[in-house]
Design a protein around this ligand. Sequence first.
Ligand code: ATP
Ligand code: MG
Length: 254
Amino acid sequence: MSREPILVARNVTKQYGGFVALGGVDLTLQPGERRALIGPNGAGKSTFIAVLGGQQAVGPGSTVHFAGRDISGALPQEIARLGIARTFQINRVFRRLSVLDNVRTALLPSNGRVFSVSERHLTALTSPAMTMVTGLGLGRVAHDAAETLSLGDRKRLEFGMVLATRPKVLLLDEPTAGMGLNERRSLMELMVEHAARDQITLLFVEHDIDIVFRFADRITVMSRGKIFAEGTPAEIGANSAVQDIYLGTEGAPS
Ligand SMILES: Nc1ncnc2c1ncn2[C@@H]1O[C@H](COP(=O)(O)OP(=O)(O)OP(=O)(O)O)[C@@H](O)[C@H]1O
Ligand SMILES: [Mg+2]
């Protein structure tokens, strides 16, 4: 039985002046899959993620469909509302509020209108919020102000707040950047577990090849604004041309 893809990008192009950052990228994601997007610096990974999130407009002839609906040219907030979320843009962590209170506000149905919400309503969210905080591995810092968290814990909180918006697709551009090896793994484990539980499709950009091979169902390799290869970790691992673009200078920015 074939499933309907959740996201289909076709012939995505993007130019910065005369520079072709994306030269016709095709990508299809199946619901629930965990896809890694890899490639050398400057390959166009972040640009492509920005196109999917609506932060960058696509070139003529490019289309993006999400759950069967044409979202090419849609605004970022519309795309987010439909269910494609990115972590970086969620700057909704209130620094002075505790971890628990941040999650409580994120769980409000009309998020953002925190100041018009009754105390009774917020109190009713304490128990589900605490369950979520514990599930994020943040139980020990539940009552600490968000601004006091370590980088790893802050990423967990940000991730939890994105999850609370109930996205269908989550775009993660180097989610573990700046963290130590063990912290990276445990953050990825957390994200993958929660995504599986909530049936969220993940598209993540990652330079740490260990993480990619451990957590991706499929890997898409970009080089110089194009898809260079796509396959399972085993297929990509056995692809000598892929090794060449990493070991050689093929895709490196000039
Ligand atoms: N706003 C911009 N204006 C001009 N050129 C840009 C702009 N944003 C990106 N580029 C160029 O487009 C190319 C692709 O950049 P992008 O950030 O998408 O690469 P990337 O694959 O995410 O690289 P990295 O692994 O270093 O994050 C690069 O050559 C970059 O210099
Ligand atoms: Mg990038």
